[in-house]
Design a protein around this ligand. Structure first.
Ligand code: SF4
Length: 331
């Protein structure tokens, strides 16, 4: 099956420009350089129609930046994004504009992303009205429909965001995204701010909507239990690079990459119904000064001298599975 979303060598660099004092110091001969962060480094990703792909990594690994490039919020520094076969790498192009409605983002903090001065009927109804999507319904009817889709009472449309609980606000965020009739949702830590019981309800809502509306998801999370629950396929990211990609069951039962193995290192618990994961030993290095070669080598128990100098490429290790580790090379 061909891909709905395809990224090739997608990269994002952030450059912190020098302030006045640093520029002056450089003029006077000091060795002052601009700080550069390679937040996303040549990521290739294919997502098929109807798939739920989980993108996992520790905080600062570049996964949110990747999601923001896919949704057109951030321009890529290099590489391409294709949606439905069309190049949408430039969000200002006609193809980029058309994809902006089809690809919607759900944010972690619904309160920060909902205008506190607007009533629900405008938060949800304004964009579809502007884009001519009401299809003969009044804005109120359209909004009532959206509220019902996400499990909220249609009578709430006159309320403001502060009159809702955290879980309800996230449902409002979902309703606002759905209102422009998207095909693809990028969920960035979309349940991270919610209590565990509410998390489960919102995850179930995502799955119901996938069935009803034939949606495709990129689900960005640091929480492995959430990703395991919801995804068909999982990608593991470390300091801007994808280090492993596999169907969810394979990833959780037989992780290949040492970083994935470390992430999945379970703590034995009396309550075996719930998995708990340990943080990976050692600190994540600064993206301002990432380790040479394999970025994971300072924390990897299997690192060799080659790992210090050469970059392992993401290569097929089994059908539908890829990993970026020299241990997979046959001697
Ligand atoms: Fe460890 Fe080397 Fe594999 Fe990187 S390439 S994960 S350092 S063994």
């Amino acid at each position: 099956m061909s891909s709905l979303l395809e990224t090739r060598e997608l990269s994002k660099r952030f450059v912190k420009h020098l302030d006045f004092a640093a520029k002056l110091a450089r003029k006077l001969g000091a060795n002052v350089q601009e700080e550069v962060v390679q937040a996303v480094d040549q990521v290739n990703l294919d997502i098929r129609q109807g798939e739920v792909v989980g993108l996992v990594g520790e905080s600062g690994c570049g996964k949110s930046t990747f999601g923001r490039m896919v949704t057109g919020i951030l321009p890529p520094s290099a590489g391409t994004i294709h949606y439905n076969g069309k190049d949408i790498s430039n969000a200002a192009s006609p193809e980029g504009h058309a994809a902006a409605l089809k690809i919607q983002m759900i944010f972690q903090d619904p309160f920060a992303s909902l205008n506190p001065r607007m009533r629900v009927r405008d938060i949800i109804g304004e964009a579809p009205r502007i884009h001519g999507l009401l299809e003969g319904q009044s804005q109120d009817e359209y909004v009532a429909n959206m509220l019902e889709k996400v499990g909220l009472d249609a009578s709430y449309s006159g309320r403001y965001p502060h009159q809702f609980s955290g879980g309800q606000r996230q449902r409002l965020g979902v309703a606002r995204a759905l209102a422009v009739q998207p095909e693809f949702l990028v969920c960035d830590e979309a349940v991270a701010a919610l209590d565990v019981s509410i998390q489960a309800q919102v995850l179930n809502l995502f799955m119901d909507l996938r069935e009803q509306l034939n949606l495709t998801y990129l689900f960005i999370s640091h929480d492995l239990s959430v990703v395991e629950h919801i995804s068909n396929r999982v990608l593991i990211m470390y300091l801007g690079r994808v280090v492993e990609s596999a169907p969810t069951e394979d990833m959780f039962h037989s992780p290949n990459h040492p970083y994935t193995q470390a992430l999945l290192n379970e703590v034995p618990r009396l309550d075996l119904r719930k998995r708990q994961y340990t943080p990976v030993a050692g600190e994540i290095p600064s993206p301002l000064n990432p380790p040479t070669g394999c970025h994971f080598h300072p924390r990897c128990p299997h690192a060799t001298s080659k790992c210090h100098t050469e970059i392992p490429q993401l290569k097929g290790i089994a059908p539908d599975r890829q990993s970026a580790c020299f241990l997979n090379e046959t001697p």
